[in-house]
Design a protein around this ligand. Structure first.
Ligand SMILES: Cc1cc2nc3c(=O)[nH]c(=O)nc-3n(C[C@H](O)[C@H](O)[C@H](O)COP(=O)(O)O)c2cc1C
Length: 373
């Protein structure tokens, strides 16, 4: 496999990281009938992971889904799929999505610790808190209110960290209890990174206390900066550090006109019933979030065509325009860009060849201060 740019081999800690969404569920990342040359099967995904690591991507993020809805008819399980991708690659880190409820922390801690050993430390986790009530009903999981879901996720993360770092771990939570529990073997040191997804106040508060990474829906640099400032101020008070990842749906083409035409076609071919039903579901899921600032609180029909508001980050245009906008997101405080594409294999390769090197050049030309504290 060709490596397109040696610069990424030696990226500094300050260099922005790149992740891609693993298409381990069918239907791609837009709710549209536009042609998507993206497969959800393991052969497609193994090759994609190999292309991604040769193209300068640092991470791959899997998705956890138990049932269909708004497309996504088939869904491979996230932890086992992550392991298969790790086995097919050499340096890519794969983030396995984990949903408290179906998973309990004892199983997750043990399962992930073992994969950490098997892969020499390349597995991470994304603790998600759930948005799909119908999915919970289908598998017999009780549906907690929004902030209760986050309270459970925070206990889950505290339990993971405790199990991974302490002997005779004892924990008395409302959702989970441990009594003198010693996991052996522990994961390698440092333990797997802990990501989380969500944008509500509860999500931000949790990130400022326990998570290593906060992943949020796509947005403008101005709106991302507001979230970053809020989280970092709270984290400082908690003596905690958290990094920020921002979702984006990238459409990189030789001309801006071409890229905009692709976006227009995605929207024109969107399936309105599915988009509206998805919008209804996600807005409802956030309702119990009292301040109404969660993911999708302000999403328009157009935004919702991409599951995580990825058009809002505006990585749509020429490689140069996209690289400049990535730098704007970095200035707003982003440490990582999480990317979705229409035709994953082709576009991950194109992105690695044409966009990432420009980002590295811009970063080198303009050393950036660490995001505003
Ligand atoms: C980057 C990212 C990835 C996510 N991945 C999943 C997933 O795989 N499965 C899932 O059920 N929810 C996933 N979520 C949904 C979140 O866990 C959360 O339920 C949702 O963003 C609403 O949170 P909020 O009300 O705090 O904004 C993801 C969210 C983000 C931002």
């Amino acid at each position: 496999m060709t490596t397109y740019h040696d610069k990424t081999e030696a990226t500094s800690d300050d260099a922005i990281k790149f992740a891609y969404w693993v298409p381990n569920v069918s239907g791609g990342l837009v709710i549209s009938n536009i042609e998507q040359r993206t497969g959800w099967d393991i052969d497609y995904n193994r090759k994609l992971a190999q292309i991604a690591e040769a193209s300068g991507f640092d991470y791959a993020l899997t998705q956890v889904r138990f049932t269909a809805g708004y497309g996504a008819e088939f869904q491979h399980e996230s932890v086992s799929f992550s392991h298969a991708l790790l086995a097919a690659t050499e340096k890519l880190e794969v983030i396995a999505a984990i949903l408290p409820g179906p998973w309990n922390p004892a199983l997750a801690a043990k399962q992930i610790a073992t994969i950490h050993h098997l892969t020499h430390g390349r597995i991470a986790v994304n603790i998600v808190s759930g948005w799909f009530r119908g999915e919970f009903a289908a598998i017999g999981e009780s549906w907690l209110d929004h902030d209760e879901r986050y309270r459970r996720s925070e206990e889950f993360i505290r339990a993971l960290k405790g199990i991974w770092t302490e002997d005779r771990f004892t924990f008395r939570g409302d959702f989970y209890q441990f009594d003198n529990y010693s996991l052996k073997p522990k994961p390698l040191d440092p333990h797997p990174e802990i990501f989380q997804g969500g944008s509500s106040r509860a999500a931000r508060d949790m990130a400022s206390r326990v998570s290593d990474w906060y992943l949020t829906n796509g947005n403008t640099p101005e709106e991302i900066a507001k979230q970053v400032d809020d989280i970092r101020a709270k984290a400082a008070r908690n003596d905690h550090e958290v990094k920020i990842g921002v979702n984006a749906f990238a459409i990189a083409r030789e001309t801006e006109h071409e890229a905009r035409a692709v976006l227009a076609e995605i929207i024109a071919k969107a399936n309105p019933e599915a988009v509206n039903a998805f919008g209804h579901e996600v807005k409802n899921a956030g309702k119990a979030s009292p301040e109404g600032q969660g993911n999708w609180a302000k999403s328009t029909f157009e935004d919702l065509v991409q599951y995580n508001d990825g058009f809002r980050s505006n990585l749509i245009g020429t490689p140069h325009q996209i690289a400049e906008r990535i730098l704007d997101l970095k200035r707003a405080g982003a440490d990582l860009i999480l990317l979705g594409f229409l035709h994953f294999q082709e576009e991950v390769e194109y992105f690695g060849k044409h966009v990432i090197p420009l980002v590295r050049e811009l970063e080198a030309a303009e050393p950036l201060p660490i995001a505003a504290e």
